[in-house]
Design a protein around this ligand. Structure first.
Ligand SMILES: NC(=O)c1ccc[n+]([C@@H]2O[C@H](COP(=O)([O-])OP(=O)(O)OC[C@H]3O[C@@H](n4cnc5c(N)ncnc54)[C@H](OP(=O)(O)O)[C@@H]3O)[C@@H](O)[C@H]2O)c1
Length: 243
């Protein structure tokens, strides 16, 4: 496969790093851009292992101007942009009755508005190339909204709807847009759970284990692959069988 140019947002996080590593193993020519906001140590460590293939780009996904700068930097340097993975996001859980305006607005901004801005920012480049892949990282919470996550579940459900609407708009142009809905993934958030909460979460998973980040990354990479050319508007659950 010829080298492709890939941008992953929120790439200093555990899942973003796993997605980046997965693309790096796909092809020796893959060029991976790691979108970073506050923390960058882990992304810098990955870039230092692959200095010719991995670069960091500053990107707060909630800022329109930041997206313009990031896409301009990438296309100026690499001449194209083949894959966008909208992975950045965060949650601030709480019962709706006590949810602050800030907890609502910031979760909608990072998960949903960030995905909208990202999709819009790459449109010109991908339409010009007559091809591209966008993979939006949603969550099982979009489909099975748990109590205490009204902001996050609404944002991630919005990501699913955005994915399906945009997929129809640009299907004829060879650009696919798909969403992944991970269940519980072994990341820092789960590692910090109290043992009882961890056991309760595990009991909901028919496979009786949490996903490895690499397993979610493999789903992202499939949806972004040339072989997945006929898959668009898909919402792929990767959750160990939770129904
Ligand atoms: N872990 C799970 O179990 C799980 C399950 C389902 C879905 N997901 C989704 O998977 C994605 C990655 O999760 P993760 O577990 O890897 O989370 P994580 O370790 O907390 O990483 C999240 C990343 O997103 C970045 N980010 C947050 N808001 C941002 C913004 N406004 N602009 C740019 N970057 C921003 C963070 O950057 P900073 O360093 O600047 O904070 C961080 O690099 C998220 O969308 C999450 O909702 C995760």
């Amino acid at each position: 496969m010829p080298g492709r140019v890939i941008l992953i947002t929120g790439a200093n996080g555990r899942l973003g790093l796993a997605i980046a590593s997965s693309f790096l193993s796909e092809s020796a020519d893959a060029r991976v851009w790691l979108g970073v906001r506050r923390n960058r140590g882990a992304a810098e460590a990955l870039a230092s292992q692959h200095p010719a293939r991995v670069s960091l780009v500053d990107l707060d996904v909630t800022a329109t101007a930041g997206w313009s700068r990031a896409v301009a930097t990438i296309t100026a340097q690499d001449g194209r942009l083949d894959v966008l993975v909208n992975n950045a996001g965060h949650h601030e859980d709480g019962l709706l009755a006590n949810l602050t305006d800030d907890a609502w607005n910031s979760v909608i901004a990072s998960n949903l508005t960030g995905t909208f801005l990202g999709c819009r920012a790459v449109m010109n480049a991908m339409i010009g190339q007559r091809g591209g892949r966008i993979v939006n990282v949603s969550s099982l919470s979009a489909l099975l909204a748990p109590a205490g996550q009204s902001n996050y579940a609404a944002a991630k459900a919005g990501v699913v709807a955005l994915t399906q609407s945009l997929a129809k708009e640009i299907a004829r142009l060879g650009i696919t847009v798909n969403a992944v809905c991970p269940g519980f993934v072994e990341t820092e958030a789960l590692a910090s759970l109290a043992p009882e909460a961890r056991a309760a979460a595990l009991s909901k998973v028919p496979m009786r284990r949490f996903a490895k980040p690499e397993e979610i990354a493999a789903v992202v990479r499939f949806l972004a692959s040339p072989e997945a050319a006929y898959v668009t508007g898909a919402v792929l659950k990767a959750d160990g069988g939770i129904l």
